[in-house]
Design a protein around this ligand. Structure first.
Ligand SMILES: [Zn+2]
Length: 673
């Protein structure tokens, strides 16, 4: 759980699978549609009905989407790079690392043969815990190798002095996706908890414990995590930066949890010295203290053993991986089959050595022209947002002036970092899967913590180059588009402008608008949490965003589960504003060209723009995944990302000739940006 409020384009749950798709040519656009649907009644079905019908969820996926298709294409490319790097001679340092990491990960037989003996040194440490006073040093040893548990500790920009990186202490230590899973009493939640406890027990049985002992251990894990969940802050509340900002002295942090020596913990972590930090959730640290007093030492060791296995399961024998998939893949997400090992190993290499792998990916598959084209489009979108802000009827001149200063200050990062990460101190050894994973984690934890007390480095990226996603970071005030997304169907240099503005244009608009959503609007041009609004304008803004909260609250995700209007507000604001300014940019681009483009496949440029938007959100997902995402994810499902936006837009209704009373014409249309 990270404190950073960086707003992504879509859920971090993107997975891959099935057959690689071709480029988004005109035929692909038409065949994805369902022309029998009425665009004014259900535009999503009209734009995506054909795609949905022809793209059932692959058995190794919980969700299948246009993002997933592209991620799959990228992953196939990465596989080729990794297989070559595993075999090649005369490798450079990065090629050795990615090649040996992947070759070791893919060798399941060797991992099975080694068995759980690889965990022995870590288990010995946990078993050697003599009293609770030894916990800080043990936990530091685990955290410094990326093994989670008890709480979270990391570094991040100081919200109120964004130039500087400070230490951040946060809630953590859970194994289910959210605190609510431990606390809710509806039948689905109760059933899921039961399945989770069984899963934990099964894992202990695989470690060699008797069924009775394993059951008692699973209960101990559940009890500890439930206590931590009770002390945790709700996901919706966490969206308010002020609620997760509490700058405390180290002594005041310690006073919240007297039972745990943070001095001993920080010594073990080897962090730079500091005297104050952000304690995101002070109440959690109070609850943690009570829990540490109550819990007995054996249960604590059981809990730590569980987190060790859980965090390193991908480097363990197949039986552990299957058991993990059985709960997290099958029960929680509704996925039928475990992904092929190569897909998991590509993902692991990307996760642990993303910029070493990404560097090769970019050299081979990301031409410099692609960067220029994207930058040109970013400029067009910035210009549209500038005009949009200037025209807003509800905002005073004083606040508009500030908003424009913020817009001018947004930095654009396209494709890949200017300066690549240096992995030279990270040792990757052929044949040592667990060691590679732990050393890569340790490298990353150290890299992050070494930033404490240093100036914020805005050149860094939070996503790897092959990632099919994008983000806005409010403390950096920048938009970031990895090379992985700058391809069809988002951007196709063979397609018409209208389609590209509806795809990549709207994605750029989305990220720019994040600078002005309910979170982004709280940060100033320098990335500080500082109000730049007049009170009247702030009130008008909140009234307008409330319209979006109400609209999306009314949408049903699956069964009785609704989209959560407050949880998804930032994303919905970005979708609505982003599509509107992309439309403005298209209209201007057509006007500047001096000639109206001809219809393509029978559709005007305006119509194709909206088809382009709808089609980046085509998706199929399991009911379990729909439930999981609606409860925990800040993005609305694809159908509402399409219909929820167009029904607010007179431009859409004009393009398609929709009439009042039809579903895609909302009576009380919302309009923020
Ligand atoms: Zn977003």
């Amino acid at each position: 759980m990270r404190l950073t409020t960086a707003a992504l384009l879509l859920a971090g749950f993107t997975t891959i699978g099935a057959v690689a798709q071709g480029t988004n040519n005109a035929n692909a656009t038409v065949s994805a549609m369902d022309k029998s649907a009425d665009p004014c009644v259900d535009f999503y079905q009209f734009a995506c009905g054909g795609w949905k019908k022809n793209n059932p969820i692959p058995s190794d996926q919980p969700i299948w989407s246009r993002f997933g298709e592209l991620a799959e294409r990228n992953r196939t490319v990465l596989r080729g790079i990794l297989e070559n790097a595993g075999k090649a001679t005369n490798r450079n340092a990065n090629e050795q690392k990615i090649g040996d990491y992947y070759a070791t990960c893919i060798d399941e037989d060797a991992i099975n043969k080694k068995g759980i003996a690889v965990l022995k040194p870590e288990f010995d440490r946990i078993n050697g815990l003599k009293d609770k006073a030894g916990l800080p040093a043990l936990l530091a040893h685990m955290h410094s190798q990326g093994i989670d548990g008890v709480f979270s500790f990391y570094s991040g920009a100081d919200f109120k002095n964004a130039k500087e990186v400070i230490a951040q202490a946060d809630q953590g230590g859970l194994s289910l996706p959210d605190r609510d899973y431990y606390l809710k009493d509806d039948p689905k939640s109760v059933e899921l908890r039961k399945a989770f406890v069984e899963h934990v027990a099964n894992t202990f049985k695989l470690l060699g414990d008797s069924p009775e002992k394993a059951a008692a251990e699973a209960k101990a894990v559940m009890d500890i995590e439930t206590a931590l969940a009770k002390g945790s802050m709700d996901r919706v509340e966490r969206r308010e930066p002020e609620k997760i900002y509490h700058k405390l002295s180290s002594q005041d942090w310690q006073a919240l949890t007297p039972s745990f020596s943070f001095t001993a913990y920080l010594n073990g972590m080897g962090t730079p010295a500091f005297t104050s930090l952000n304690v995101a959730t002070p109440d959690f640290y109070k609850a943690l203290d009570a829990q540490l007093k109550n819990v007995n030492l054996d249960d604590l060791k059981t809990y730590l053993r569980w987190h060790l296995v859980r965090s390193q399961v991908q480097s363990l024998p197949k039986a552990f991986v299957d058991e993990d998939f059985n709960f997290y893949g099958k029960t929680l997400q509704g996925t039928k089959e475990l992904r092929a090992r190569w897909k998991r190993c590509v993902a692991a290499t990307d996760g642990d050595l993303g910029e070493a792998l990404g560097q090769v990916f970019v050299e081979k598959y990301y031409p410099p022209e692609a960067k220029d084209r994207t930058l040109k489009m970013v400029k067009q979108l910035e210009d549209a947002l500038r005009r949009d802000i200037g025209d807003l009827p509800w905002m005073s001149a004083a606040t508009k002036k500030q908003a424009l200063i913020k817009l001018e200050a947004i930095e654009n990062k396209i494709g890949y970092p200017n300066k690549w990460r240096d992995y030279s101190t990270l040792k990757i050894e052929r044949g040592d899967a667990l060691g590679n994973s732990l050393r890569a984690n340790a490298f990353e934890v150290h890299r992050q913590l070494a930033k404490i007390g240093k100036p914020l480095d805005k050149q860094e990226w939070q996503m790897t180059p092959p990632t099919v996603n994008a983000y806005y970071d409010p403390t950096e005030n920048d938009i970031n588009f990895p090379a992985g997304i700058l391809q069809p169907p988002f951007y196709d240099f063979k397609a018409d402008d209208a389609l590209n503005f509806g795809g990549m244009g709207a994605v750029i608009g989305h990220e720019l608008t994040h600078g002005f959503d309910d979170q982004g609007a709280l940060f100033d041009p320098q990335g500080n949490l500082k109000n730049w609004w007049t009170p009247e304008d702030e009130k008008a803004f909140k009234e307008r965003t409330q319209c979006l909260v109400d609209e999306y609250d009314s949408f049903v995700a699956v069964d009785d589960v609704h989209v959560r209007g407050k949880l998804t507000l930032g994303e919905n604001t970005a979708d609505n504003g982003g599509l509107r300014i992309a439309y403005m940019a298209l209209v201007k681009s057509i006007a500047d060209s001096g000639k109206q483009p001809e219809k393509i496949d029978g559709y005007t440029p305006e119509q194709r723009f909206f088809i382009g938007w709808g089609q980046i959100w085509c998706q199929n997902q399991t009911d379990q995944m729909a439930r999981l995402l609606a409860q925990n994810n800040e993005h609305s499902p694809g159908d509402y990302r399409t219909n929820g936006v167009v029904q607010n837009m007179p431009e859409f209704q004009k393009a398609w000739g929709c009439k009042a009373g039809q579903q895609m014409v909302r009576a009380n249309a919302c309009h923020v940006w």
